[in-house]
Write a protein that binds this ligand. Structure first.
Ligand SMILES: [Zn+2]
Length: 160
């Protein structure tokens, strides 16, 4: 499942990447033109995620798979996608995709990140991942805990 999130859903795009889904965000690409957006969805076989009913209906008319995303905040939007069967919540966070740029993450050895991460992090962590696109380095730090808490909130919404 590959996604293209419209400019209003940049935060959702980031979370889909955290969950391991290949997700392009219109706001990252500075795409403001709907024709171009629909072209990318079609050419790359991406499902368009949008909150714009007009764009959603146009996409469908042009044969582009599109989801009119329900939910005011990112937790509810993600819960909606899980309920609709587009996204699964297991295996979280996946450390497969860079939340910033959608690049593929690769495990890197501790020695490779020496000097590239804060010393406290270097001393306390043994596992690191690097983005093959932008070079950002990731580890299971405090943000890791926040991600898990976020997923718990989404699960709570789904179960109500
Ligand atoms: Zn990146």
């Amino acid at each position: 499942m590959k996604f293209l999130a419209d400019a209003m859903l940049g935060k959702l795009a980031e979370w889909l990447r955290i969950l391991g889904y290949d997700t392009v965000s219109a706001s990252d690409l500075s795409i403001l033109d709907d024709d171009y957006l629909l072209d990318i969805a079609e050419d790359e076989g991406r499902i368009l995620l949008t909150k714009d009913r007009g764009l959603h209906e146009r996409a469908r008319k042009e044969g582009v798979e599109s989801v009119l995303v329900d939910g005011e905040d990112v937790e509810h939007q993600l819960a909606f996608l899980v309920r609709e069967g587009y996204v699964e919540l297991d295996d979280v966070p996946s450390l497969e995709r860079c939340p910033r740029c959608n690049g593929v993450l690769k495990p890197v050895s501790k020695s490779e990140v020496r000097g590239l991460v804060p010393m406290g992090v270097y001393m306390s962590q043994d596992e690191f991942w690097a983005c093959s696109n932008c070079g950002q380095i990731y580890w299971k730090g405090s943000h890791w805990k926040r991600m898990k808490e976020f997923v718990e909130r989404v699960r709570a919404i789904i179960s109500t």
